[in-house]
Design a binder for this molecule. Structure first.
Ligand code: SDX
Length: 425
């Protein structure tokens, strides 16, 4: 129901248009512009900077205040008191699980961690040095070939099983991508381990040697997954929703989300941060690179800085920084040169008028790469980790849309090409 109305007076149109305005539970109001099409008008918003594509109850962000809520719970509290699987349950079902529900969910996820043995053969088509995100796109998309005929997306139970399969299998596939890249055999999941312990086991253990998993590193891994779990209608989540709006297979929709996440402006930024720190080399070059970041003629941007929504600190970056300190202390790497340079870069940028005026603060990707590198994860695998963490968010948004009243997403355009012209001769 419209709370308020916007009056729109358009040159050449006699009538004043009335557009309904809706209010959410919190956050900005929205103007319903759907009636404009009947008047022969479209709205124009490249990059969807000012466009609400849907209504959702999952995640709320206040970019000006640096607020991130998952089903109303602040990310700082979830990072401190919850864990990745509990937060995944919260995103999917809207409420924190009871003790029994949590145990059942963990057991259910544990029951889906293996992938069909046929998936192993898909890897052999890739070069060993293929980029991990290229392989991840391929093998997650391939899952749709194994779960299609038995999947009716109109059935809530089928949607729930698909969600469980995806959350459970992403770490297994991510570890397989790594093992294939380094020429080691795949490790099977061990369901007596926690979700993040299991991932580190599949990543770093071998059939010849199984070392105990460090609880500090497992906790850090879990926090990295949790901090990436969801983020409203970001580019990759919007991609999943758009693909899902056609009724496509959910495994294929998640593969589409992985493809969108790959870009350095989005999920590829964590890998780009480490590459940038390598390129800067040492603190004496920081000023030169900051000048490049401010130079409109130079495509270089300060990776891990800035955000479409946050014009204040990304609350995830704050938690990630604290986790970074814990991990490096545990590993005796407090004097890690890259961390020291990242902190120096952050300090200088936060005092620089160019960044302050534009509200450019460190985002989730600025510190995550340093943690992942300290854990021993190669830079090229960072965005695969991001995709694994974001999967519950992607599938929660897909499920929210499919379980509700939705239409196929089909934006229009401002056409600036040729008007009709006849073929010569
Ligand atoms: C993620 O949407 C999400 O929620 C994403 C994410 C999630 O969880 O899903 O939070 C994850 O993608 C985080 C962002 C990771 N990307 C990076 O760290 C890459 C570096 N950041 C930039 O590419 C940029 O800040 C974006 C892409 C993140 C945001 O771009 P916008 O909103 O389109 O902003 P803009 O490009 O219009 O920039 C506004 C101004 C411009 O200058 P002016 O034209 O005003 O002079 O700020 C400048 C930009 O040139 N600017 C930067 C900058 N980011 C913006 N200048 C230097 N370095 C930067 N990083």
């Amino acid at each position: 129901m419209a709370d308020k109305k916007a009056q729109l007076k358009i040159d050449g149109l006699d009538e004043t248009l009335e557009l309904p305005i809706y209010s959410g539970s919190i956050g900005p109001d929205v103007v319903d512009v759907r009636s404009l099409t009947a008047k022969g008008l479209f709205t124009y918003d490249p990059g969807f900077v000012s466009t609400a594509s849907c209504d959702s109850k999952i995640t709320y962000i206040d970019g000006g205040k640096g607020v991130l809520l998952h089903r109303g719970y602040p990310i700082e509290q979830l990072a401190e008191k919850s864990d990745f699987l509990e937060t995944s349950f919260l995103l999917l079902h809207g409420e924190l699980p009871s003790k029994e529900e949590k145990e059942k969910f963990e057991k259910t996820i544990g029951g889906h961690t293996m992938v069909n043995e046929q998936i192993h053969t898909f890897f052999n088509g890739f070069r060993r040095d293929a980029h991990p995100m290229a392989v991840m796109c391929g093998v997650v998309g391939a899952l749709s070939a194994f779960y299609h005929d038995s999947l009716d997306i109109r059935d809530a139970r089928h949607r729930e099983i698909a969600a469980h399969r995806l959350i459970a299998k992403m770490p297994t596939l991510a570890a397989m991508v790594y093992k294939y890249n380094i020429g080691q055999p795949f490790m099977y999941p061990k369901n007596d381990l926690s979700y993040s312990e299991n991932f580190l086991h599949m990543m770093f253990n071998t059939p010849c040697e199984e070392k105990p998993i460090s609880p500090v590193l497992a906790n850090a891994m879990d926090k990295v997954f949790l901090l990436h779990a969801d983020h409203e209608q970001n580019a990759s989540t919007s991609t999943v929703r758009m693909a899902g709006s056609t009724g496509a297979n959910p495994f294929a929709c998640i593969a589409a989300g992985i493809a969108a996440l790959w870009g350095p402006a989005h999920g590829g930024a964590n890998e780009a941060v480490l590459n940038m720190l390598d390129e800067i080399g040492d603190e004496s070059n920081i000023d030169k690179f900051l000048a490049k970041a401010k130079d409109k003629e130079d495509p270089f941007r300060l990776m891990g800085f800035g955000h479409r929504v946050y014009k204040n600190y990304d609350p995830r970056a704050t938690v990630m920084k604290a986790t970074c300190d814990e991990v490096l202390a545990e590993l005796g790497l407090e004097d890690d040169p890259q961390l020291k340079m990242a902190m120096k870069l952050e300090k200088i940028a936060l005092e620089d008028e160019y960044f302050v005026k534009r509200g450019l603060y460190p985002n989730v990707d600025f510190y995550s790469g340093i943690i992942l590198k300290a854990i021993g994860i190669p830079t090229e695998l960072f965005t695969v980790i991001f995709a694994t963490g974001r999967t519950p968010g992607w599938i929660a948004h897909w499920n929210e849309m499919i379980s509700g009243d939705y239409r196929i997403a089909r934006p229009r355009q401002l056409y600036t090409g040729h008007a009709k012209r006849d073929y010569p001769g």
